[in-house]
Design a protein around this ligand. Structure first.
Ligand code: AMP
Ligand code: MG
Length: 487
């Protein structure tokens, strides 16, 4: 019914620990992702069942499965921790999806592992449903991300600040290897381990690098490029990861570990939601620079593989890290051009975009609404855009300059408006609505709001009748939104 291969567990023993999920008392399927099951070539009808709940809670380990917890290290808020690892995640194995891509199937919250340190190895229903909702929303928005295959309630209590109902999330990734996985071996001076890991990564995630000379510098380059593209996509949709530690930066270039993440509403480049991010290290505008810092940490681990001459290794690796900044800038601006309906490049476009962002910042304009409303302007109706601003004279002035710029673009207004609607979402997981959906699920056993929100977010670029409330920012009288790491 579900057969895993286990290429990661064929790597040397020190890469992971064999571990069995801890039994739970009463597994119950909360949500199963049929579209994803299909993509993975799994029998959704069979798995969305009591049997599936047993499998995706960890209670039933199918024959031929070799579950493991992966070892890794990481910089957390800038401080290095040489021993982290899957403290509550258990990799069941891998499947080959319909596109021939190998994908990890991992249980998150399946009990303690040798890497749990002080933790209980568990997850609560709230954070599990939150990760389900937000990761699937990110996917629908077109952002590379880990996916959610199932959320299963365990029937167990989880002790955080309060007692909470427990759950297990089944997470799917192109791979769960992190920058911190490389750091784990580098910190131990284990060059052989590093090489095995790098070779595994190249073969699995970057096969195009095989056979064309020494691949390790090229690997760093390829990861840097995917990360530049990824963070640019985050910025385009107003996503704030919240805890961009090196152990939460994936080598595949997918968004991973949706702890305290949230979407920005009013545009403020300094937005922080996470209650533990007191210094604002991971604020919205810092994300590109933080990813560069994380890539520098990855580069350090690869030095012994890049060149025997350590000076030369540093020099070439450093250049890759420097070049990331330019690549990010290009991805970012290319996306913003499309968001404002531009398909040609002019030198002044960067400044022009920045002028809009400054106005939005000054008037605390909702990020998502502003770009969507600009699509209306492309179709001739300025009212939706204009009404978002307090300084309407300034908005008018910018719109006039925008029209002048558009006059040098090919294409018709209708085409342009439709094109903008394809890149500017109507729906994002708005924080107050996420909370509302989770509260109903947890306090009233009512998954209705979660299901509705999940359905609306599955088509984020299409206006859906009756879904108007999903477009609205939180009422202005709300206290600033805070997320918590008590995941
Ligand atoms: P995070 O910052 O949430 O991605 O997690 C950092 C580290 O803490 C990772 O090694 C996690 O596996 C571990 N961890 C987080 N929560 C728990 C938990 N409840 N039990 C055990 N380990 C955990
Ligand atoms: Mg993590």
């Amino acid at each position: 019914m579900l057969e895993f291969s286990n290429t990661y567990s064929e790597l040397p023993d020190r890469f992971f620990a064999h571990v069995k999920p801890t039994l739970v008392p009463a597994p119950k399927m909360l949500k199963f992702n049929h579209a994803l099951a299909d993509e993975l070539g799994l029998d959704g009808a069979m798995l969305d069942s009591a049997e599936g709940a047993a499998i995706f809670s960890g209670n039933k380990v199918l024959e031929g499965t070799h579950p493991i917890a992966m070892a890794y290290a990481g910089h957390q808020f800038g401080g290095f921790v040489p021993q982290l690892g899957d403290g509550r995640a258990i990799l069941l194995g891998e499947v080959i999806d319909r596109n021939g891509i190998r994908r990890d199937i991992q249980l998150k919250g399946a009990g303690r592992t040798p890497y749990s340190r002080g933790g209980d190895g568990r997850a609560a229903v709230g954070p599990v449903l939150r990760e389900y909702l937000v990761s699937e929303a990110m996917h629908a928005l077109g952002v590379p991300t880990t996916r959610a295959l199932a959320a299963v309630a365990t029937g167990d209590d989880v002790h955080r600040e309060t007692v909470l109902p427990g759950a297990v999330l089944t997470r799917v990734a192109a791979s769960h290897i992190r920058v911190g996985t490389f750091q784990f071996f580098a910190a131990r001076g284990d060059v052989e381990g590093l090489k095995s890991l790098a070779d595994y990564v190249i073969q699995r995630l970057y096969p195009e690098l095989e056979g064309s000379g020494p691949p390790y510098l090229a690997l760093l380059n390829a990861v840097a490029d995917r990360q530049a593209a990824l963070v640019a996509r985050w910025m385009h949709v107003g996503f704030i990861h919240g805890v961009m530690n090196t152990d939460n930066s994936s080598i595949s270039g997918e968004t991973i570990d949706f702890g305290p993440c949230a979407f920005m509403d009013a545009y403020d480049p300094a937005t922080v939601f996470s209650s533990i991010d007191r210094g604002g290290r991971y604020q919205y505008q810092n994300q590109p620079g933080i990813m560069q810092w994380n890539l520098a940490r990855l580069a350090e681990t690869l030095l012994p593989l890049i060149d025997e001459d350590s000076e030369r290794a540093v020099e070439t690796a450093n250049q890759v890290v420097i070049d990331y900044a330019g690549a990010f800038q290009q991805y970012w601006l290319a996306g913003l051009r499309l968001k404002i309906g531009l398909h040609t490049n002019e030198d002044a476009d960067g400044e022009f975009v920045q002028a809009l962002l400054s106005l939005m910042h000054q008037d605390a304009v909702d990020w998502t609404s502003a770009f969507r409303a600009l699509g209306n302007s492309a179709g001739g109706d300025d009212m939706p855009f204009w009404s978002l601003f307090k300084d309407r004279a300034a908005a008018d002035k910018w719109l006039a300059e925008w029209r002048a710029r558009l006059s040098r673009e090919p294409g018709f207004d209708e085409q342009r408006a439709a094109g903008m609607d394809n890149v500017n979402p109507v729906y994002i997981p708005r924080n107050h609505l996420v909370e509302e959906a989770l509260a109903a699920a947890i306090n009233e056993d009512d998954l209705g709001p979660f299901e509705r929100m999940n359905a609306v977010l599955s088509k984020p670029y299409e206006e859906q009748p009756g879904a108007e409330r999903y477009t609205e920012p939180a009422p202005g009288d709300r206290a600033p939104y805070r997320t918590f790491c008590g995941t």
